[in-house]
Ligand binder design. Structure first.
Ligand SMILES: [Mg+2]
Length: 291
């Protein structure tokens, strides 16, 4: 049940592998949201390896920590993380995006896939569900913790702020959320579509303990998480991130919310991420066309 304690170079290596597999899968499956996946890859890797108490052999064990990817459109990277963490074999992800596969563009219901706590994708619902789970631990007297990643665009949703009020009123101290603050949403700059600044002050005003970090720095994640851990309020960590992080030609370019990489772009990504040639594996695979 205890998390691993990987070193920063080990976490960085995992992030590179998972970024690459997500990009390759986007090409092969013809499915989008790469920019959104790459902005929260480092957070997911750190959580799944160094923070979450999980049992991959008995994924429903009551004492497990819960994690909800509230920005469900980043499911392609979550699927890669769950595979690498040992919930299932990475090979089964070859079915991603195919008719009849459990692996679609958003997380399925928990009954359909080990390691998933909630079907998300309709934005604004992950935090209310996470809060419900956090409060349920009082009834079941199980000392688990609950975590969620929200998108910054998702903070436009009223249900986020209703749950924020309730979490604070109920002193849900076992609830920690991360806002993947990549400054973009589907069709434009988040702050131009519906202003969020000052975002950290908003969470504080709602009664949460809140810190702002570089969402690609494992050191800052670790130090923020531990400095908030003894606080009896719910916790929000605003993670400043880059959409498309790790791939120079995708970084901070919102076209990659929907664009699908070509085979050449997958190879370029492999080179930027130091992925060995023999792991690229595009030959003989026919990309799925959804057109
Ligand atoms: Mg965003």
């Amino acid at each position: 049940m205890n998390p691993t304690t990987l070193s920063i170079p080990q976490l960085e290596a995992l992030s590179r592998t998972i970024r690459f597999r997500t990009i390759r899968n986007s090409h092969l499956s013809g499915t989008p949201h790469l920019g959104s996946c790459l902005s929260c890859t480092d957070l997911l890797v750190w959580l799944y390896w160094n923070i979450l108490r999980l049992n991959t052999k008995e994924p429903k064990t009551e004492q497990r920590d819960r994690f909800i990817l509230s920005k469900g459109h980043a499911a392609p990277v979550l699927f890669q993380v769950l595979a690498e963490r040992g919930f299932y074999s990475p090979n089964v992800l070859d079915a991603y995006g195919q008719n009849g596969s459990v692996f679609g563009e958003h997380p399925p219901t928990p009954d359909h896939l080990a390691g998933i706590e909630a079907a998300t994708g309709s934005l604004g619902h992950g935090l209310p569900m996470a809060l419900g789970m956090a409060l349920a631990s009082r009834i079941t007297q199980q000392p688990y913790r609950v975590f969620a990643i929200l998108g910054d665009g998702e903070c436009n949703e009223g249900a986020v702020w209703e749950a924020a009020l309730m979490a604070s009123a109920q002193k849900a101290s076992n609830l920690t959320i991360f806002v993947d603050y990549n400054k973009w949403q589907a069709t434009g700059r988040s702050n131009e579509i519906l202003g969020l600044t000052p975002l950290a002050e908003k969470w504080k005003a709602f009664g949460w303990s809140c810190l702002e970090i570089n969402g690609h720095s494992f050191e800052e994640m670790e130090s923020a998480y531990h400095s908030l851990s003894s606080d009896n309020r719910p916790k929000a960590i605003i993670a400043n991130t880059l959409k498309g992080k790790g791939i120079e030609f995708m970084e901070d370019d919102n076209n990659w919310h929907y664009r699908i990489p070509t085979a050449d772009e997958v190879r370029q990504s492999a080179s930027l991420l130091n992925i060995p040639q023999d792991q690229i594996q595009l030959d003989g695979r026919k990309p799925i066309s959804h057109g």
